[in-house]
Design a protein around this ligand. Sequence first.
Ligand code: IPE
Ligand code: IPE
Ligand code: MG
Length: 245
Amino acid sequence: MGYKQQIIPDRIPRHIAIIMDGNGRWAKRQGLARMFGHRQGVETVHRITEAAAEIGIQYLTLYAFSTENWNRPKEEVDALMVLLVDTIAKETPTLMRNNIRLQTIGDLSRLPQATRSKFLECIQQTSNNTGLTLVIALSYSARWEIIQAAKNIAAKVQKHQLLIEDINEELLANHMTTAQMPDPDLLIRTSGELRISNFLLWQLAYSELYFTSCLWPEFTNEEFYHAIVDYQNRERRFGKTSEQI
Ligand code: IPE
Ligand code: IPE
Ligand code: MG
């Protein structure tokens, strides 16, 4: 029996976050330039997004470009920015067809004008869709996000709009870029790296983690369903004892 048939429909994770890693290594393995890996990675994004929408996931957050990725060679960064524009242009009909709403998290002010406006256009166009919310983390890092939240809260305290006593988990969560979203239930990272790489540090506090050595361009739907089945077989205790669950 395939993994898809093993998924328990009433225990679908509401929010899955993915660190899509291994594009460069996939390309290198076949003697190709890194950009071939990124292009192939876009195909995986298309497939996995449709699969997530089909099985009723509410939020899918994809780590596409980190704050630290700005430090890559300029040619790769420039080519990635162009690839992002082309992908959004090409995939907007796919989003509309599947009733998917696009959102982004990250410091969009650092993006080239063309990339930023293409994203804003697509966000606007898909804003009334009611199925899956696809969140692209772009120029995102968790420490950047936490610094923004701290600054915004401090400014409100300074202007006497908030008291220090008002600062609690809920308030902090509401100042993150993910304010309207549930925390990820499941985090998937491809390519065999066992690290978080500055992704959603606050929100992943109680997420289940799933690591696979599979490189992102070859991440199959079957592997995606496997991750969900694996998640459904775990006991989330949130600090309690097994008997209390
Ligand atoms: C992930 O693939 C995509 C981005 C970070 C943009 P990589 O480009 O990190 O691929 P590897 O890790 O070098 O194989
Ligand atoms: C994490 O991958 C960021 C994205 C997938 C966009 P990296 O390839 O940048 O992470 P490190 O450098 O291996 O930690
Ligand atoms: Mg990488």
